[in-house]
Design a protein around this ligand. Structure first.
Ligand code: ACM
Ligand code: ZN
Length: 532
């Protein structure tokens, strides 16, 4: 008896699991009984015939092999009820993403109401492991862990328009989301600097719209690199990514940014702009006056056609319609746009210009089209300026005000304010040894401190804040390594904002727990920022 009480502390820490991972599970009860000794004789056992649990079991085997070098056998049943890691569905667990892990000297049982919950249990287990190349065994202290996320929407965005990222990197980015218990990959596919998704009905979008002739050097200097730059994903590749994400319980939300940030499309189909062009795919960064013409019926046909192909590739509930940074310069002098304003009887007032209401008309018209097909839309917070329907979900980026206004008006909102969630910003004020970036200063502690649900909201309004997202805009993010470096480890801080209850968070404690996660980053060869 005495031996059994002491046994779990009798092992060296470097071969012992530590369940205090990132994000920190809600409840960890260490029992003090004999631990489970994880060695090569342990099996991973899933319920016979459950293909989702089978895949989860394979993931767990891969993670264990990578972290501690043990090759565990994956089985659908076990002759021996001892020495196994069981993956189970338990319908009594509340919450589709919730899980429970029970560890005793005989077995480890990971259960979830769904296979999705079990997947998060597996993420916790893998992050609890020490990193040892060739462990003979790993000590798993006896414990009961129960856990569930705070927010239903836990996202990361990747801009592949300003710089293009190959399929393999997009998959790695999805792996990073899974490692941090995130469930939504927002894929920013089009912008002024390149259109990056194949649309079969409009082949010039990729033939012309995906290539810029050159890229500015530095921050919009008068010099450029004199080198064409391009890249796009075929529909087949996009489907492969959707599937890869789905296996990891991640939904891919595509964004086609409209009516602004459209130079990629306008260069290919200039008749969609107010002036008729010609237009160039931009080699500079910023916000441009040339946007889609909202007074031209062809624009609506174009968007609907693009949406039809997009919906066929992406089964997500949401489609992101962008809507940010769309200057109305052209619309105010365009006969077609002004003609539509008149014929619709749109009026401007001190709350909202007629042109902003015209953007609201465009967004709502496309929203209705998508709603008929069973989809919902997300738009950046600017779309609130155009009286859009309450069914549109608002992504609050210019600050938190967009999210506050949206939830007061009855919209759902996703918080992604520049001040906490823009991972293209510097993560230190000591910028002299950092790569050239867009600017800003957002250190990990600031991200960690974020409380996405403002106190000023009523309980009913608070329910509209459905989640939080980190954004990686890539004007200055020229390669995959720099993308990793910019998101790591701020994604770890964000994961606690997304997953944990606010009053349970503690920055000093997080920093201690982060050390083991940094070892995981190292193991997989990810670049990450370290404060010097
Ligand atoms: C944005 O950062 N323009 C949404
Ligand atoms: Zn126009």
């Amino acid at each position: 008896m005495i031996v059994s009480i002491c046994v779990s502390s009798a092992y060296a820490d470097d071969v012992k699991a530590d369940y205090r991972v990132v994000p920190l599970p809600e409840n960890i009860k260490i029992l003090g009984n004999k631990p489970f000794i994880l060695d090569a004789s342990a099996n991973i056992v899933y319920a016979n015939g459950d293909s989702l649990l089978q895949r989860n079991a394979t993931f767990l085997a891969e993670y264990v092999k990578k972290s501690v070098g043990l090759s565990l056998v994956v089985k659908s049943h076990s002759a021996n009820s001892d020495r196994n890691i069981f993956l189970r569905i338990d319908r009594k667990i509340i919450g589709d993403e919730a899980y429970k892990i029970e560890i005793n000297q005989h077995n480890i049982i990971v259960s979830g109401k769904t296979a999705n919950g079990v997947f998060y249990g597996i993420q916790t287990l893998r992050k609890s492991l020490p990193i040892i190349q060739h462990a003979e065994n790993v000590i798993m202290p006896a414990a009961v862990i129960t856990d569930s996320p705070r927010f239903a929407y836990r996202g990361m965005m990747l801009d592949v328009a300003r710089h293009f990222f190959p399929v393999d990197f997009v998959k790695e980015y999805i792996d990073l989301l899974a490692l941090h218990n995130m469930n939504t990959f927002h894929w920013h596919l089009t912008d002024d600097q390149g259109w990056r998704i194949e649309i079969k009905k409009y082949p010039l979008l990729t033939k012309i719209g995906s290539i810029r002739k050159h890229t500015t050097l530095g921050r919009n200097s008068s010099l450029d690199d004199e080198t064409p730059y391009g890249g796009f994903y075929t529909q087949q590749q996009a489907r492969e990514i959707v599937e890869y994400a789905k296996e990891r319980y991640i939904t891919v939300i595509p964004e086609i940014d409209m009516p602004g940030h459209m130079l990629g499309a306008l260069a290919a189909y200039p008749e969609l702009g107010c002036t008729g062009g010609p237009y160039q795919v931009s080699g500079n960064w910023g916000v441009f006056d040339d946007i889609l013409c909202a007074g031209n019926e062809k624009t609506y046909q174009f968007i609907q056609d693009v949406m039809d192909e997009l919906m066929d590739i992406f089964p997500s509930k949401y489609i992101h319609l962008g809507g940010d940074e769309a200057p109305k310069t052209r619309w105010t002098t365009c006969e077609k746009c002004q003609g539509l304003i008149k014929s619709l009887g749109i009026k401007g007032d001190k709350e909202c210009t007629a042109e902003n209401r015209l953007q609201g008309y465009l967004v709502s018209r496309i929203e209705k089209y998508l709603n008929q097909k069973g989809r919902k839309i997300i738009g950046w917070d600017e779309i609130l300026e155009g009286d859009v329907q309450k069914s549109a979900t608002i992504m609050s980026w210019r600050g938190v005000e967009g999210g506050i206004k949206a939830s007061r008006l009855g919209h759902d909102a996703i918080m992604t304010p520049v001040s906490y969630c823009y991972f293209d910003y510097y993560q230190t004020d000591k910028t002299w040894n950092e790569p050239l970036l867009i600017g800003g200063n957002l250190n990990i502690e600031k991200t960690y401190s974020y409380q996405p649900v403002p106190d000023s909201l009523t309980a009913a309004e608070k329910k509209h804040i459905i989640g939080v997202q980190g954004n990686l805009w890539t004007e200055y993010i020229v390669c995959p390594s720099l993308a990793e470096y910019q998101v790591l480890p701020r994604m770890a801080a964000l994961s606690e904002v997304q997953w944990m209850q606010y009053d349970k968070k503690n920055y000093a404690d997080f920093r201690k727990r982060l050390e083991r996660l940094l070892q995981v980053y190292k193991l997989y060869g990810y670049k990450y920022f370290v404060e010097k």
